[in-house]
Design a protein around this ligand. Structure first.
Ligand code: C5P
Length: 274
């Protein structure tokens, strides 16, 4: 019998905003975040097997566990599957852009087992869909944000891995104000104006731990980004550009100035097809 591996995509996750609105007694933080995805990311190939096996490849596979500690392995177990998994790590990890959460979500989605995603991590449920969503609670309350437009952007990571718990720990008191009711943005400019007035509350503690984040934000702004902000708990940042061509040119320029950084241009997946 010839068994065909199925290929799964794990798109990069970008937190356009991230307000920390409170803290639960168990230490988990309450969030209000607008999340989007773009079509670059990790890739997986999976096929049924006699026993679980995980093989890693790709530019960011170093240091990633290839056993039961890996979220894809745990996702397969939650989905009741015994799989041979090949995982191509194209995204930096510990980077605030999904990574392991998106990989795990790809498995849960493929095997129709989304219900227990939150058990694998706060970012896993949002990664089950690649559309823009508002994420609240600890990441378990999701709603579609259908009017978010496609956004050309540059993603940049300075090669520093930041553990999420350390960033949350370095956060002083949460600000307590959420994003309020999401407006019906009249157009792209209206959306960008609104976005500019939001924030990522983890940016300040993350910059305290990794000051190079300030350099990344400055490089994005210096290359012409209309808005530059950190994603998730960092250290990856994004910069928004008026066009795909402008984003590509900026990514080129930043890459040349900082050859050690991971820099990519992409266009985010919009809330609804035109
Ligand atoms: O759920 P996940 O494994 O992604 O979270 C890693 C850590 O980040 C948690 O153990 C917690 O310290 C912190 N965290 C938090 N509030 C969230 C999500 C994560 O405090 N909403």
């Amino acid at each position: 019998m010839i068994r065909m591996a199925i290929e799964l995509a794990a798109p990069v996750k970008i937190n356009l905003t991230l307000h920390v609105t409170g803290r639960r007694p168990d230490g988990y933080h309450l969030l209000d975040s607008l999340v989007v995805f773009a079509s670059l990311g990790d890739r997986l190939w999976v096929e049924p097997a006699e026993e679980m096996a995980l093989q890693l490849s790709g530019p960011f596979s170093r240091g990633v566990p290839a056993d039961g500690r890996n979220l894809v392995w745990r996702a397969a177990e939650l989905a009741g599957q015994v799989l041979r998994i090949r995982l191509e790590k194209n995204l930096p990890h510990g980077a605030g852009i999904g990574g392991g959460s998106a990989d795990a979500a790809a498995i849960l989605r493929a095997f129709d087992a989304p219900q227990r995603a939150i058990e694998l991590g706060a970012d896993v449920p949002v990664c089950l869909s690649s559309r823009p969503q508002r994420m609240q609670g600890i990441g378990d309350r999701l709603s579609r944000a259908e009017t978010v437009p496609a956004l050309p952007l540059v993603l940049a990571n300075p090669g520093v891995s930041l553990p999420t718990p350390a960033v949350f720990k370095a956060l002083s008191e949460p600000e307590n104000n959420d994003m309020g009711e999401l407006p019906a943005w009249p157009d792209r400019d209206g959306f960008l104006d609104w976005l500019g007035a939001q924030r990522n509350d983890l940016e300040r503690p993350a910059r305290g731990l990794a000051p190079v984040i300030g350099d990344v934000l400055a490089a994005l702004s210096g290359a012409g980004a209309g808005l530059a902000r950190m994603s998730g708990s960092g250290a990856s940042c994004f910069g928004l550009f008026p066009s795909e061509a402008a984003a590509e040119a900026a990514a080129d320029r930043i890459s040349r100035a900082h050859p050690g950084w991971w820099v990519r241009s992409a266009v985010t997946i919009p809330g609804a097809d035109l």
